[in-house]
Design a protein around this ligand. Structure first.
Ligand SMILES: C[S@@+](CC[C@H](N)C(=O)[O-])C[C@H]1O[C@@H](n2cnc3c(N)ncnc32)[C@H](O)[C@@H]1O
Length: 481
């Protein structure tokens, strides 16, 4: 940068009237040129902060004649400011520096804290404004991977991730700290060197590369953020009453609800569900086939002789069919939906009942996969199961549990991956509300204990679904199968 260019620039950034008898802090001071200028024009002191060793050493040397009115710190700006008290410097200059930080708001908060009167910023417009994709009035901070900073050898620059804020974004961040402007921007003179400096001669963009702006402390103009306002519910409010947008949304939501027949809690195992049950189960129940496989495998391992087996919520009899294929013949299915039973595998005693069919017991094996969560009197149902199990009987139970939002989201992903749309997922969620009532894992473990079951294992778990293997009294040794 030529001497003339530097002088034109400093004349605008640090005019004599601004710096007379003031303490100046120059953040990112490079060779300390602003120090020579400021002290020469009557500043009381000049402090430069520069991270690059070569620049700091060079500026220290050049400023030696000013003795203790000039100080150079080879330090990073963030740690330097952190150590300073409020109002430590009258005027702070940040030229060609603010866009080197990744978090402009944070650094602006800090410099506003230590500035007593004025902060002068010289920076560039975000690229997206320069290339005309956004207007100069855009309120944005642009992140880039390729911001450059010059290295002292004069041949290279270093590239990295940084953020460049638009003028309006800077105004906003300063006003949150009680700093305002008296003029929109600082005007550089249209001299030949300054036109080159701000790229006006060499670039296609109508927007100059660089801009300078001066913020002056004025607490009366201080704005507050939502974060500041929320605790005391201060600030601007918008009423939803008579709000056209909110009305439009309500109308649209109602339309969607009607379209999908989305009455809360409307889920039923009716004719339509019975007809499509196999598809629904595979699409909506994680590990549907795997849990049925495991159920059959566990029964095989128990080594019962002609066990009496009941499947609760036997639906279309998928599990009963699998057990029949394995050679089991003493099979019972119970379901409270006649529509499901009508479409069931038939080679079992099928009972249509809301309650556990105690009169048909006792059983060696009781299976309740994906059904107990539909039963509201769950404790009582579990007591009846316990009561209806033979001494060495087993109970296999799969339930949907109450889960964390993360686990919910895994379950939603599963449904999306099996081809359900977000609307279908939402519709099903609404329909199942208060019909399928999951409880927590702890609730189950506690209830098993209270009911008096002997041993509990988890034999499968996926997203929000868990399969328990429960033994009434003693641990059964696995038989070779
Ligand atoms: C998700 S399906 C179960 C799937 C089945 N266990 C399988 O392995 O394919 C739930 C079944 O439980 C039945 N159900 C719901 N509440 C019931 C109750 N109180 N008693 C018996 N069956 C019930 C439903 O009719 C439905 O067939």
């Amino acid at each position: 940068m030529s001497k003339e260019m530097l002088e034109d620039k400093l004349h605008v950034l640090l005019p004599q009237w601004l710096i007379q008898d003031k303490n100046i802090l120059d953040l990112g001071s490079c060779m300390g040129a602003a120090g020579q200028w400021a002290l020469h024009h009557g500043a009381a002191s000049y402090t430069g902060v520069e991270l690059q060793k070569e620049y700091a050493a060079q500026s220290q040397k050049l400023l030696t004649p000013w003795k203790n009115r000039a100080h150079i710190y080879q330090q990073d700006i963030r740690s330097f400011i952190k150590e300073k008290n409020e109002d430590s410097y009258d005027v702070i200059l940040m030229a060609g520096v603010i866009y080197l930080f990744v978090d402009p708001k944070n650094i602006i908060d800090e410099i506003c804290r230590v500035a007593k009167e004025t902060i002068v910023i010289e920076t560039t417009y975000p690229q997206i404004i320069r290339n005309g994709k956004l207007p100069p009035s855009a309120l944005i901070t642009e992140y880039t991977h390729r911001q450059e900073v010059n290295l002292p050898d004069g041949k290279e620059s270093l590239l990295g991730i940084c953020a460049t804020s638009s003028l309006r974004a800077l105004d906003l961040m300063f006003s949150l700290n009680g700093f305002g402007k008296n003029e929109p921007t600082l005007e550089f003179p249209k001299t030949r060197h300054m036109l080159n400096y701000s790229n006006e001669n060499i670039s296609d963009s109508k927007i100059p590369l660089r801009l300078a702006v001066r913020y002056v402390k004025d607490d009366s103009k201080k704005l507050s953020s939502l974060e500041d306002n929320l605790p005391d519910k201060k600030g601007f409010r918008r009423s939803w009453e008579n709000d056209p947008l909110s009305k439009k949304r309500t109308v649209e939501r109602n339309k969607i609800s009607q379209q999908f027949g989305m009455e809360t809690g409307s889920w039923k195992f009716d004719e339509e569900v019975a007809k499509n049950f196999s598809t629904i189960a595979k699409r909506e129940i994680p590990d549907y086939q795997r849990v049925i496989d495991k159920t059959v495998e566990v029964v095989n391992k128990c080594g019962f002789r002609n066990p009496k087996i009941i499947d609760i919520g036997s639906a279309t009899g998928e599990t009963l069919k699998r057990l029949h294929n394995e050679g089991y013949r003493n099979l019972f299915g119970v379901d409270n939906s006649q529509k499901m039973l009508d479409r069931s595998f038939k080679k079992a005693t099928l009972i249509c009942s809301e309650e556990f069919p105690v009169a048909h017991g006792p059983f060696d094996v009781i299976i309740a996969n994906w059904v107990l969560h539909f039963i509201h009197q769950r404790e009582q149902y579990l007591q009846e199961i316990k009561h209806s199990l033979n001494q060495d009987g087993i109970f296999i139970l799969t339930e949907k549990l109450t889960s964390s939002p993360l686990s919910y989201s895994l379950y939603d992903d599963f449904k999306r991956n099996s081809g359900m749309t977000d609307n279908e997922i939402f519709k099903k969620y609404t329909q199942l509300k208060n019909v399928l009532t999951p409880r927590s894992l702890l609730w189950y473990l506690d209830t098993f204990k209270k009911t008096g079951f002997g041993f509990v294992d988890i034999i499968n778990a996926n997203s929000m679904f868990v399969t328990f293997l429960i033994q009434k009294n003693k641990r059964i040794k696995a038989q070779r199968v």
